[in-house]
Design a protein around this ligand. Structure first.
Ligand code: TYD
Length: 135
């Protein structure tokens, strides 16, 4: 069963400001093979609408805010992401949808695998089947 968890990222804070660092296999349970970020998203625009067969991700809203909807085939959750000091950890087969992006939103994603179009599940009923197989 895919899992979704909000994790608090430890901040190094001093008079100069704040710094967050994330180390693979230490702060998150995977090696980081890829980083990407989503920005300049139209506020009316939704993204995602897919799952992955084999991918773990940590999603951090480093600026602005957005809604991040998750579904593991049984349970759906909605997260309001609006701080760089927490990350949404997605592991296993999770359907995801993102919406209500503020104009300044920057969504940073750390991923366990290289970009692989074959890893995407775009069809919701296929997602439900895969979510059950991996239960
Ligand atoms: P897509 O996965 O559709 O974005 P979303 O997370 O909103 O569903 O990716 C958008 C485009 O960017 C698509 O043409 C594939 C490309 N892309 C890469 O080249 N590398 C990547 O790591 C990702 C995530 C996407």
């Amino acid at each position: 069963m895919g899992s979704v968890r909000l994790i608090q990222l430890s901040k190094n804070e001093d008079l100069r400001g704040k710094l967050v660092s994330i180390e693979g296999q230490k702060d998150i349970p995977f090696d980081i093979k890829r980083i990407y970020y989503i920005f300049d998203t139209d506020e009316q625009q939704a993204r995602g609408y897919h799952a992955h067969l084999n991918l773990s991700q940590l999603v951090i809203c480093v600026r602005g805010e957005c809604e991040f909807l998750t579904d593991n085939g049984v349970t759906k959750h909605s997260f309001h992401l609006n701080t760089p000091s927490e990350g949404l950890l997605l592991q296993g087969v999770i359907w995801r949808e993102m919406c209500n992006f503020s104009h300044d939103c920057i969504l940073l994603v750390l991923a366990s695998e290289y970009y692989k179009p074959d890893d995407y599940i775009w069809d919701y009923s296929k997602f439900l089947t895969e979510a059950k197989i991996n239960d």
